[in-house]
Design a protein around this ligand. Structure first.
Ligand code: ZN
Length: 212
Protein backbone atom coordinates (compact mmCIF):
# COMPACT_ATOMS: atom_id res chain seq x y z
CA UNK A 1 0.00 0.00 0.00
CA UNK A 2 1.23 3.46 -0.85
CA UNK A 3 2.55 5.49 2.05
CA UNK A 4 2.30 9.24 2.12
CA UNK A 5 5.18 11.16 3.65
CA UNK A 6 4.91 14.47 5.39
CA UNK A 7 8.35 16.07 5.75
CA UNK A 8 8.94 18.36 8.70
CA UNK A 9 12.16 20.16 9.43
CA UNK A 10 13.76 23.51 10.01
CA UNK A 11 15.19 25.50 7.10
CA UNK A 12 18.73 24.15 6.67
CA UNK A 13 17.97 20.73 8.20
CA UNK A 14 18.71 19.01 4.87
CA UNK A 15 15.07 18.11 4.26
CA UNK A 16 15.17 19.26 0.63
CA UNK A 17 18.20 17.12 -0.22
CA UNK A 18 16.57 14.05 1.29
CA UNK A 19 13.30 14.74 -0.52
CA UNK A 20 15.15 14.82 -3.84
CA UNK A 21 16.69 11.40 -3.14
CA UNK A 22 13.36 9.88 -2.12
CA UNK A 23 12.08 10.97 -5.51
CA UNK A 24 15.03 9.78 -7.61
CA UNK A 25 15.78 6.55 -5.73
CA UNK A 26 12.46 5.46 -4.27
CA UNK A 27 9.90 6.72 -6.73
CA UNK A 28 8.08 9.20 -4.56
CA UNK A 29 6.21 12.11 -6.10
CA UNK A 30 7.35 15.41 -4.66
CA UNK A 31 4.60 17.88 -3.89
CA UNK A 32 5.92 21.37 -3.32
CA UNK A 33 3.17 23.87 -2.72
CA UNK A 34 5.29 26.58 -4.34
CA UNK A 35 5.51 24.54 -7.57
CA UNK A 36 1.79 23.78 -7.48
CA UNK A 37 0.98 27.46 -7.20
CA UNK A 38 3.34 28.40 -10.04
CA UNK A 39 1.92 25.64 -12.28
CA UNK A 40 -1.61 26.75 -11.65
CA UNK A 41 -0.70 30.32 -12.58
CA UNK A 42 1.00 29.07 -15.75
CA UNK A 43 -2.16 27.16 -16.71
CA UNK A 44 -4.10 30.41 -16.57
CA UNK A 45 -7.05 28.72 -14.86
CA UNK A 46 -9.54 30.68 -12.81
CA UNK A 47 -7.86 29.45 -9.64
CA UNK A 48 -4.47 30.35 -11.13
CA UNK A 49 -5.59 33.91 -11.78
CA UNK A 50 -6.86 34.21 -8.22
CA UNK A 51 -3.52 32.90 -6.89
CA UNK A 52 -1.58 35.29 -9.10
CA UNK A 53 -3.56 38.22 -7.72
CA UNK A 54 -2.80 37.18 -4.16
CA UNK A 55 0.90 36.71 -4.84
CA UNK A 56 1.24 39.94 -6.79
CA UNK A 57 -0.12 41.77 -3.78
CA UNK A 58 2.60 40.08 -1.74
CA UNK A 59 0.07 38.21 0.39
CA UNK A 60 0.12 34.61 1.47
CA UNK A 61 -2.14 32.17 -0.32
CA UNK A 62 -4.80 30.96 2.11
CA UNK A 63 -4.84 27.39 3.35
CA UNK A 64 -8.15 26.52 1.70
CA UNK A 65 -6.70 27.36 -1.73
CA UNK A 66 -3.54 25.34 -1.09
CA UNK A 67 -5.61 22.36 0.08
CA UNK A 68 -7.80 22.60 -3.02
CA UNK A 69 -4.67 22.51 -5.19
CA UNK A 70 -3.21 19.58 -3.28
CA UNK A 71 -6.40 17.61 -3.69
CA UNK A 72 -6.55 18.32 -7.40
CA UNK A 73 -2.94 17.24 -7.95
CA UNK A 74 -2.55 14.13 -5.78
CA UNK A 75 -4.09 10.73 -6.27
CA UNK A 76 -3.20 9.06 -2.98
CA UNK A 77 -4.85 5.80 -3.94
CA UNK A 78 -2.33 5.14 -6.70
CA UNK A 79 0.90 6.91 -5.71
CA UNK A 80 3.16 7.85 -2.83
CA UNK A 81 3.61 11.55 -2.27
CA UNK A 82 5.97 13.70 -0.29
CA UNK A 83 4.35 16.74 1.27
CA UNK A 84 7.01 19.38 1.73
CA UNK A 85 6.40 22.92 2.95
CA UNK A 86 2.85 22.17 4.05
CA UNK A 87 1.88 21.80 6.88
CA UNK A 88 3.90 24.46 8.68
CA UNK A 89 1.59 24.84 11.68
CA UNK A 90 -0.96 22.88 13.64
CA UNK A 91 -4.01 24.24 11.81
CA UNK A 92 -2.51 23.22 8.48
CA UNK A 93 -1.61 19.77 9.83
CA UNK A 94 -5.19 19.14 10.92
CA UNK A 95 -6.73 20.39 7.70
CA UNK A 96 -4.26 18.42 5.57
CA UNK A 97 -5.50 15.33 7.41
CA UNK A 98 -9.16 16.17 7.00
CA UNK A 99 -9.10 17.31 3.40
CA UNK A 100 -6.26 15.42 1.69
CA UNK A 101 -4.78 12.52 3.69
CA UNK A 102 -8.04 11.21 5.17
CA UNK A 103 -7.57 7.48 5.80
CA UNK A 104 -4.46 7.05 3.69
CA UNK A 105 -1.45 5.39 5.29
CA UNK A 106 0.98 8.17 6.25
CA UNK A 107 4.13 9.00 8.17
CA UNK A 108 5.33 12.39 9.37
CA UNK A 109 9.10 12.47 9.19
CA UNK A 110 10.84 15.04 11.35
CA UNK A 111 14.44 16.01 10.52
CA UNK A 112 15.59 16.40 14.07
CA UNK A 113 18.54 18.69 14.65
CA UNK A 114 19.71 20.78 17.58
CA UNK A 115 18.65 24.30 16.68
CA UNK A 116 21.86 25.86 18.07
CA UNK A 117 23.89 23.57 15.80
CA UNK A 118 21.66 24.52 12.91
CA UNK A 119 22.07 28.24 13.68
CA UNK A 120 25.86 27.83 13.45
CA UNK A 121 25.45 25.99 10.15
CA UNK A 122 23.33 28.76 8.67
CA UNK A 123 25.45 31.64 9.93
CA UNK A 124 28.52 30.01 8.36
CA UNK A 125 26.89 29.32 5.01
CA UNK A 126 28.36 31.05 1.96
CA UNK A 127 27.05 30.93 -1.58
CA UNK A 128 29.08 31.51 -4.74
CA UNK A 129 27.56 34.55 -6.42
CA UNK A 130 28.73 33.27 -9.81
CA UNK A 131 27.74 29.58 -9.96
CA UNK A 132 25.54 29.08 -6.89
CA UNK A 133 27.76 26.47 -5.19
CA UNK A 134 27.13 26.38 -1.44
CA UNK A 135 29.95 26.31 1.14
CA UNK A 136 30.17 26.22 4.88
CA UNK A 137 33.02 27.89 6.72
CA UNK A 138 33.06 25.02 9.24
CA UNK A 139 32.13 21.84 7.39
CA UNK A 140 32.69 22.57 3.69
CA UNK A 141 35.37 25.21 3.23
CA UNK A 142 36.62 26.16 -0.22
CA UNK A 143 40.17 24.88 -0.94
CA UNK A 144 41.45 28.44 -1.21
CA UNK A 145 39.91 30.94 1.18
CA UNK A 146 37.38 33.17 -0.59
CA UNK A 147 37.65 31.34 -3.94
CA UNK A 148 34.99 29.02 -5.38
CA UNK A 149 36.34 25.48 -6.07
CA UNK A 150 33.95 25.05 -8.95
CA UNK A 151 34.23 28.24 -10.99
CA UNK A 152 37.19 30.07 -9.36
CA UNK A 153 34.89 33.04 -8.73
CA UNK A 154 35.64 35.24 -5.75
CA UNK A 155 32.09 36.21 -4.81
CA UNK A 156 31.46 33.96 -1.83
CA UNK A 157 28.60 35.74 -0.14
CA UNK A 158 26.54 35.38 2.97
CA UNK A 159 22.84 35.60 2.30
CA UNK A 160 21.35 38.68 3.94
CA UNK A 161 18.97 36.63 6.08
CA UNK A 162 21.75 34.31 7.29
CA UNK A 163 23.11 36.80 9.82
CA UNK A 164 23.03 35.69 13.43
CA UNK A 165 20.07 37.76 14.50
CA UNK A 166 17.67 36.84 11.70
CA UNK A 167 18.71 33.17 11.90
CA UNK A 168 17.86 33.15 15.62
CA UNK A 169 14.50 34.81 14.99
CA UNK A 170 13.66 32.41 12.16
CA UNK A 171 14.55 29.32 14.17
CA UNK A 172 12.68 30.63 17.22
CA UNK A 173 9.51 31.02 15.17
CA UNK A 174 10.05 27.58 13.65
CA UNK A 175 10.43 25.94 17.07
CA UNK A 176 7.28 27.42 18.53
CA UNK A 177 5.13 26.53 15.51
CA UNK A 178 6.51 23.03 14.90
CA UNK A 179 6.17 21.73 18.45
CA UNK A 180 2.36 21.42 18.39
CA UNK A 181 2.63 19.79 14.94
CA UNK A 182 5.05 17.16 16.27
CA UNK A 183 2.79 16.49 19.28
CA UNK A 184 -0.17 16.11 16.95
CA UNK A 185 1.46 13.46 14.76
CA UNK A 186 2.97 11.77 17.79
CA UNK A 187 -0.45 11.40 19.41
CA UNK A 188 -1.67 9.70 16.22
CA UNK A 189 1.32 7.35 16.25
CA UNK A 190 2.43 8.73 12.88
CA UNK A 191 5.62 10.58 13.87
CA UNK A 192 9.11 9.32 13.06
CA UNK A 193 12.28 11.26 13.84
CA UNK A 194 15.57 10.99 12.00
CA UNK A 195 18.83 12.40 13.28
CA UNK A 196 19.45 15.22 10.81
CA UNK A 197 22.78 16.28 12.30
CA UNK A 198 24.44 13.16 10.84
CA UNK A 199 26.19 13.30 7.43
CA UNK A 200 23.74 13.39 4.53
CA UNK A 201 24.44 9.79 3.44
CA UNK A 202 23.66 8.42 6.92
CA UNK A 203 20.52 10.50 7.16
CA UNK A 204 19.31 9.00 3.89
CA UNK A 205 19.93 5.46 5.17
CA UNK A 206 17.88 6.23 8.24
CA UNK A 207 15.14 7.78 6.12
CA UNK A 208 15.02 4.68 3.92
CA UNK A 209 14.76 2.37 6.91
CA UNK A 210 12.05 4.52 8.42
CA UNK A 211 9.80 4.64 5.38
CA UNK A 212 10.21 1.01 4.34
ZN1 ZN B 1 31.34 29.31 -8.14
Amino acid sequence: MATQLILLGAPGSGKGTQAARLVSEMGYNHISTGDLLRNEIAKGSELGQKVQGIMTRGELVDDATVLELLNANCDLSSGSYIFDGFPRNIDQAKSLDEVVIKNANHTALYFDIDLDVLAQRLVNRRTCGDCGEIYNLISKTPKTEGVCDKCQGTNLNQRKDDNEESVKTRLGVFKSTIEPVLEYYESKGALKRVNASAPSEEVFKEVKNTVK
